[in-house]
Write a protein that binds this ligand. Structure first.
Ligand SMILES: Nc1nc2c(ncn2[C@@H]2O[C@H](COP(=O)(O)OP(=O)(O)OP(=O)(O)O)[C@@H](O)[C@H]2O)c(=O)[nH]1
Length: 246
């Protein structure tokens, strides 16, 4: 048993692909908690509330150990090869603390301000640079997001930097672009309660450029329109023409 394993348990394997050897690993304990709560742990779900203080370090160590096994299976001599000597450690840190951190950490703190002046004019934020990974190949997705907000007197306003922080939190998870845009829209709707919201994402998918069809030019553009952006075609047109001009 690994030195990073925690106390033995019965290895409840419901709700996700596990291996009997996983019993005792911290990932298994976290999966058990999620399953007991009847929650989901898809690649683009946030599971921070099921992780106790200190457990992220254990999770990172577990990923490192298992990544080391992947490198061994790829027949890479990580003992002698100075370049791959610490690759498992770096990749584990990159996944848990950086590129997939939006799964394991709570949402960034956002101060919400009341709309005292009863602003009800179109606001656009962007382009916000975004980075993610597709859940199919774990290859990078790099792109830009524009957000259009139509507030009303009941809406909250948030600081400009908070759009980028909230969106980065959503993007730091393996996912498909269609769901990423929806999750961004859901989060902003919850925080701001605007009259209308528009989110457009334009991104490169490295799973199509680096490998597979190796098509360097194709990209994906998608959008989500809510509230007044759905009902009012003039507002939608104004938003789209303003972001096109940038
Ligand atoms: N709809 C959607 N598809 C994506 C996204 N990111 C990657 N993909 C696609 O996911 C698909 C996975 O297809 P599969 O046929 O299961 O995998 P594969 O055999 O590796 O496919 P190829 O990429 O064609 O070699 C590929 O067509 C990818 O281009 C995304 O954000 N949205």
């Amino acid at each position: 048993m690994s030195d990073i394993s925690t106390e033995k348990n019965n290895g409840n394997t419901q709700g996700g692909a596990t291996h009997p050897d996983d019993a005792g690993y911290i990932s298994q304990r976290i999966r058990n908690r999620i399953s007991q709560a009847g929650a989901r742990f898809y690649a683009n779900d946030n599971i921070a509330r099921f992780i106790e203080p200190g457990e992220l370090d254990l999770l990172q160590q577990e990923v490192q150990e298992k990544m080391q096994a992947v490198l061994a299976s790829l027949v890479i001599d990580t003992d002698s090869d100075h370049n791959t000597n610490e690759t498992a450690k770096r990749v584990a840190k990159m996944y848990v603390r950086e590129v997939f951190a939006g799964r394991y950490t709570e949402a960034p703190q956002v101060t919400e301000f009341p709309n005292i002046e009863k602003l009800n004019e179109l606001m656009i934020v962007g382009p916000i640079q975004v980075r993610s990974a597709c859940s199919h190949h774990l290859c990078p997705i790099m792109g830009k997001v524009w957000v259009g907000i139509m507030p009303n007197e009941h809406s909250n306003l948030i600081g400009l930097s908070k759009y980028a922080r909230l969106i980065a939190w959503i993007m730091q998870r393996p996912q498909i672009q269609e769901e990423a845009v929806k999750h961004i829209a859901d989060l902003l709707m919850k925080k701001m309660h605007p009259d209308g919201l528009a989110v457009v994402m334009d991104a490169d998918h490295f799973c199509m450029q680096w490998r597979g069809v190796k098509d360097l030019d194709s990209r994906m553009i998608n959008s989500v329109m809510r509230g007044s952006f759905l009902k009012d075609s003039d507002l939608r047109r104004e938003f789209l023409s303003l972001i096109r001009a940038r």
